[in-house]
Design a protein. Structure first.
Length: 440
């Protein structure tokens, strides 16, 4: 782990109190850093480790003003930030890391896609769902005008056996074909706010149930692997990256992460170039995760998370400093440190709730036997977030297993065997969307 921060730098604030803030708070305690937390619920994971607690909703600007009065700079647990509400605080001198203007293009998927287009960075083709709605409304207006115009053949009374014209239906823009992936522009995560559209009926149903201006639609990408990288940029412009990892999803929720991916210099360089372009163009200071598709079309940016990320949890045990250590450094105004992998590799497995447990059943006692069995596995490091209750698919913790094999192919086989060991203890939940708001 990197050098500890100086006492003069050791007071920062974090808006949010979930598992990401909890792991940041653990890192802060190790380094002697004061961490002040804004979260609405005193039972949230990070609240018990915080130096002090501002009990307020995360989008409460007055709460953030109180938080800022206790620290040198304020950072965020997730990207669901009220930029307009916080703007007066920034104008008054509150230091936000990342800066609010750097976050602005990243807080919704539509503006992310527009940013990637401006920077000519590879990403799936997409269109705004409202484009389909507008074209449908225009087609409906034309059909109504033709029906009212006696000169138009369609307006004439149908003869015997004639069939009235079918009403217009929504259709994909030219060049797009089913299936396509629809995504809520903001607020979606872990399978929430997404829909695979297989045919016209799905498109029509989506238009009926959502606000088209708040959704985008992307081409369905054929990929061989999903990859992710956690990058960071400091105030003097230096960009550093944690090792590139493979991620695997279960029902659109991250199941496991394997670090590092097999050596591929061209791929690694492409990832570094994309990260540097993004961070530098935004003047971004802080930690950022970038998720990729990798397959026949090459490397494509899937999504950007302007924060620490589930794909980087393995760094706590496997790297010279963790993604949370890096976040502390940057928020404190310290130079970024180039992370080094300190194990042959690592497998991180998310522990998703596989039973429904009410809050009244307790938090620390939930799955106690399963957790002990995971802790007893060789080279295993268990992280239990201490959430209240358990719902199917909810992220309750994770376990990181340090891998021993130096050869990449042997190490992958070792990882898959370790995954089987975990699955014998902790089964996957049914394939359904999580019921609680625990994006990470």
């Amino acid at each position: 782990m990197g050098a500890s921060l100086e006492p003069s730098q050791a007071a920062i604030g974090i808006v949010g109190g979930g598992q990401l803030a909890w792991m940041l708070a653990q890192a802060a305690r190790r380094q002697g850093v004061e961490l002040h937390v804004q979260t609405p619920n005193p039972s949230d994971p990070a609240a018990g480790l915080a130096t002090s607690l501002v009990q307020a909703p995360v989008r409460d600007a007055e709460g953030t003003r109180l938080l800022a009065g206790r620290c040198r700079a304020v950072s965020f647990e997730n990207e669901w930030v009220d930029l307009e509400g916080l703007a007066p605080l920034a104008a008054a001198g509150v230091c936000f890391v990342p800066a609010l203007e750097a976050l602005r293009p990243l807080v919704c998927k539509r503006s992310q896609r527009e940013l990637l287009q401006r920077l000519h960075l590879p990403s799936p083709r997409w269109f705004a769902l409202e484009q389909v709605q507008q074209e449908l409304e225009e087609a409906q207006r034309r059909a109504a005008a033709e029906a009212d115009d006696p000169a138009e053949p369609a307006a004439r009374a149908p003869g015997a056996g004639a069939t009235p014209p079918a009403p217009p239906r929504p259709r994909l823009p030219e060049g797009f074909h089913f299936p396509v992936m629809a995504k809520a522009a903001s607020g979606g995560y872990d399978g929430r706010g997404t829909a695979v559209l297989q045919h016209d009926d799905d498109l029509e149903a989506l238009l009926r149930r959502v606000d088209p201006s708040a959704w985008i639609v992307e081409e369905f990408v054929a990929f061989e692997q999903e990859l992710a990288a956690v990058a960071a940029r400091d105030a003097v412009g230096e960009v550093v990256l944690f090792p590139l990892v493979q991620t695997h999803q279960h029902a659109q929720v991250c199941d496991w992460v394997l670090a590092p991916v097999e050596p591929n210099h061209a791929l690694q360089q492409a990832v570094r170039n994309i990260a540097a372009s993004l961070l530098t163009s935004l003047g971004y200071v802080g930690v950022m995760a970038i998720e990729f598709f990798y397959g026949p079309a090459g490397l494509m940016v899937n999504e950007i998370a302007p924060r620490t990320h589930n794909s980087g949890h393995y760094t706590i045990e496997a790297c010279s400093l963790s993604q949370f250590d890096q976040q502390l450094r940057l928020v404190a105004g310290v130079r970024a440190e180039e992370p080094q992998l300190q194990a042959a590799g690592a497998l991180m497995v998310n522990l998703l709730g596989f039973e429904q447990r009410d809050v009244e059943e307790g938090g620390e006692e939930i799955y106690a036997g399963h957790r002990q069995a995971l802790s007893d596995l060789p080279h295993a490091h268990l992280h239990w977030y201490g959430k209240q209750g358990s719902s199917i698919g909810r992220k309750l913790g994770h376990v990181t297993l340090l891998l021993q094999a130096p050869d990449p192919q042997v190490r992958r086989a070792e990882a898959m065997q370790r995954l089987e060991d975990v699955r014998r203890i902790w089964p996957l939940p049914p394939a359904c969307v999580p019921e609680s708001a625990d994006g990470a």
